[in-house]
Design a protein around this ligand. Structure first.
Ligand code: MG
Ligand code: ZN
Length: 224
């Protein structure tokens, strides 16, 4: 018995043209966002990853280490809550919340709206926390200078090979919760090999955000 795999053929899906237009429109606004950031000499980092991988913890750690060096703001994407932005605000930075409702990713237009709420003349660095999701954020560039993905060893051994597009899009891949690796059937070296096979240009950094370990390496990988 072999396996039988079903997938849609090109042009088969009803809304495929609509989707193409949508992605094109997003790309255009993302370029405008990037021009805006460049004009004000602001570095922007878009942080992707699944729910619970440690995106917010990473931002908290980065803000603590970098807030004396840079003027920082954070744009936080979440479906309905302000849980993460409340956490980040306690570290003394301005946070803009984007609630996407039913949308499972940020898009360039939402980020443009958030930018409108910030005093760009008084900022050096913006972290953008994407909605917790490993699939469609990859398709929606936001105009950031760098994109990173945060994964954790608790997501199992196949999470990299099952989500290639997010790694193709990412300049830096962060492996979090490395302190928990012994209780998981995961080998960190295998995860790294999987990432390097998909995107040899990605820098991989191992961290334990709960204890603030590896954050300096992240800062170096982000060239901040
Ligand atoms: Mg979060
Ligand atoms: Zn989505």
């Amino acid at each position: 018995m072999g396996e039988f795999i079903i997938g849609a053929d090109d042009g088969e899906t009803y809304d495929i043209e609509l989707e193409k237009d949508l992605l094109e429109a997003n790309k255009k606004i993302a370029l405008e966002n990037r021009e805006f950031f460049d004009k004000y000499k602001i570095k922007t980092i878009d942080i992707m990853g699944s729910i619970g991988s440690g995106k917010t913890s990473l931002i908290e750690n980065l803000v603590d280490k970098l807030k004396t060096k840079f003027k920082i703001a954070v744009i936080n994407g979440d479906l309905t809550t302000t849980i993460d932005s409340n956490r980040i605000e306690k570290h003394g930075v301005n946070v803009i919340q984007i609630n996407t409702g039913k949308e499972c990713h940020l898009d360039a237009n939402l980020v443009r709206k958030a930018i409108g709420q910030l005093d760009l003349t008084n900022l050096d660095l913006i972290f953008i926390e994407n909605v917790g999701n490993l699939i469609c954020p990859a398709e929606f560039p936001l105009g950031s200078s760098k994109r990173i993905v945060v994964i954790s060893v608790t997501e199992g051994p196949y999470m990299v090979v099952k989500h290639p597009f997010i790694f193709i899009e990412s300049d830096v891949a962060i492996i979090n919760k490395i302190d928990l690796v012994d209780s998981m059937k995961v080998k960190i070296d295998d995860l790294i090999k999987d990432i390097e096979k998909i995107n040899p240009r990605t820098k991989v950094v191992k961290v334990n955000c709960r204890e603030g370990k590896g954050i300096e390496e992240v800062i170096r990988a982000l060239e901040l």
